[in-house]
Design a binder for this molecule. Structure first.
Ligand code: CTP
Ligand code: MG
Length: 404
């Protein structure tokens, strides 16, 4: 991480718990949630803040290296200071370990549970802004929706509690540094959150609106809920999806021209690792994008020797296979070639028939020039732009059927 100007906001991310109630074999912060750990996801919220100048990750003692590697990777180009310290036996002890490494010029401290993995960065920003505006402690809280009862240990209801007086508080909780440090120094008992300590020390704390996404992942059900919130499945009963793709190749006089699935004898060829068929590559990009599968560069790469000089059909068939695996079939595709040459019109029908037969769906091919402007106008190369529509593969029949 880089040296940056005076840090003012520190965020302590407590991630040292074991996650007893989650019951996973890994400590909770290292449990995967739709492909990324809770720690990665909660750090993404923190590094997405407008200003978080020092980020302190409090991690299990035996996973400090792993936590450091994750935090460094997620920090990316965010800048600021990063510290990773071992946690204690309770959340409160873990926060205290984080407080011990605050940089001298920090004036506002946020404490955040790594377990609140889906917290939006904007909630963190709102807490910082409210601490700055009020000069006091700030916690995000949600109104309760259920009726609340006070019960005795046997489960007998003693009385109702007016829920309008209650708030379900979340993290990040933010404080002027001196209040939080003083509250921890004065703490005589173990409390469940930082606001409780700060309040017990006699400092003011106020509530700002929380966010349902900042819920704490505590039980397996919470983890499932988070997975469902993140899911973008190729739902067979779902909607059609569009994708766009663009590709450009420079002319290369030493190559034969392959374009829009056809060989063009006598025309200038295109440079590229494969046959340089910009129209087909744009179609593949559009199909992959519509299916949420990335792009041609990521899927095929340029290092694959098997694809050297490969014709467009190879790319189209593999793309079609992947799109099918993701639960889609092609609705239609439109591709436009941009360049002075070759003149496409005479072979448009041939190209459309060829590409349509490979994809098993209508492909429209069109062409345009750019009025002499730009690299296509100067005759340096060819561009192609494609749009693809995917539809969910055949929906299955009814779940229940009556058979005679
Ligand atoms: N935490 C921590 N150090 C501890 C205990 C908790 O840093 N000794 C962190 C957890 O990693 C979590 C946050 O505090 O991000 C909130 O705690 P909680 O949800 O209770 O997590 P766990 O203590 O890990 O879970 P459990 O209570 O089910 O064991
Ligand atoms: Mg706990």
């Amino acid at each position: 991480m880089t040296d940056s100007p005076a840090p003012l906001v520190a965020v302590i991310v407590v991630a040292a718990g074991s996650g007893t109630r989650l019951g996973h074999e890994l400590p909770k912060a290292f449990v995967p949630l739709s492909g990324r750990t809770l720690l990665e996801r909660s750090l993404d919220s923190v590094f997405g803040m407008r200003d978080a100048s020092q980020v302190i990750v409090v991690a299990p003692e035996d996973r400090l290296d792993e936590a450091r590697a994750i935090a460094t990777e997620r920090a990316g180009a965010a800048g600021g200071y990063l510290d990773v310290v071992p946690g204690g036996n309770s959340r409160q002890a873990s926060v205290e370990r984080g407080l011990a490494v605050l940089r001298p010029d920090v004036d506002t401290v946020l404490v955040h549970d790594a377990a609140r993995a889906l917290t939006p960065s904007t909630l963190c920003d709102a807490v910082v802004a409210a601490v700055r505006a009020s000069g006091a402690g700030v916690v995000p809280g949600l109104d309760l929706v259920d009726s609340i009862k006070r019960v005795d240990p046997r489960g007998t209801v003693l009385a109702g509690v007016d829920r309008r007086e209650l708030s379900a508080v979340q993290t990040p909780q933010g404080f002027p540094r001196r209040m939080l440090v003083a509250a921890f120094a004065a703490a005589t008992e173990e409390l469940t959150d930082d606001a409780a300590l700060v309040t017990a020390a006699g400092f003011p704390v106020s509530i700002i609106p929380g966010d349902p996404l900042a819920f704490k992942i505590t039980t397996p059900w919470d983890l499932r809920r988070a997975e469902l919130l993140l899911a973008t499945p190729a739902d067979p009963a779902g909607s059609p999806r569009v994708g766009t793709g663009l590709d450009v190749h420079a002319f290369d006089d030493t190559s034969e021209l392959w374009l829009a699935g056809l060989h063009w004898p006598g025309e200038r060829g295109l440079a590229g690792h494969s046959d340089g068929d910009a129209a087909v590559h744009a179609i593949c990009d559009a199909l992959l994008a519509a299916a949420g599968l990335g792009d041609v560069g990521g899927v095929f790469g340029t290092a694959d020797a098997a694809l050297a000089d490969a014709h467009g059909e190879v790319f189209l068939r593999e793309t079609l296979r992947r799109v099918g695996d993701a639960g889609f079939r092609v609705g239609n595709v439109s591709v436009q070639v941009i360049g002075n040459r070759p003149r496409l019109a005479p072979r448009r029908a041939e190209s459309e028939a060829r590409l349509s037969s490979i994809l098993g769906a209508p492909v429209s091919v069109s062409a345009t020039t750019t009025d002499g402007l730009g690299f296509t106008g100067r005759g340096e190369g060819i561009a192609a732009i494609a749009t693809a529509l995917l539809v969910p593969a055949e929906a299955r029949g009814p779940v229940l059927s009556w058979e005679a």
